[in-house]
Design a protein around this ligand. Structure first.
Ligand SMILES: [Zn+2]
Length: 140
């Protein structure tokens, strides 16, 4: 399977609200974002697997002028962080709806539960993460 095909299936999945990764047929490791081969054992065959979209936020980085992403200007308050999914993969994600002041408090509570959130942006869906409701309760 060509890498272009993998990328397009991944984005089609997002459109349907599905988080797709690739599972290694040899060792079972999951690649996310999906890649052609397994990074864990180097085996060349991986297969599609739908990920749960739930996990734990492991780190939290507030946005400054240095790392702000112009694509995210209309997002409101957001941070960056490393999300570890229940499926066992970790990656950098954008976490929405966190104010700077909240981030300082939340950082002392890590790891915290997060869930995937698919937002319609410029005609296609983009993946973000959001802290679970019970975590945000403390700010209400
Ligand atoms: Zn493998």
């Amino acid at each position: 399977m060509k890498i272009e095909k993998i990328v397009s299936v991944f984005y089609e999945g997002l459109e349907q609200g599905k988080l797709l990764g690739r599972r290694c047929k040899e060792c079972g490791a999951i690649e996310f974002p999906p890649r052609y081969a397994c990074n864990t054992c180097g085996y060349h065959e991986t297969e599609w697997v739908e990920l749960k979209g739930k996990g734990m936020l492991q780190s939290l980085i507030t946005v400054s002028t240095l790392n702000a992403d112009p694509w995210n200007d209309d997002l409101g308050h957001y941070c960056y962080g490393i999300v570890e999914l229940e499926d066992g993969v970790s990656f950098n994600a954008t976490i929405t709806n966190i104010k700077k002041k909240q981030a300082r408090i939340l950082r002392n509570q890590l790891p915290l539960p997060v869930h995937a959130k698919f937002e319609q942006r410029d005609g296609y869906k983009t993946l973000f993460f959001e802290l679970d409701d019970e975590v945000m309760e403390q700010f209400k």
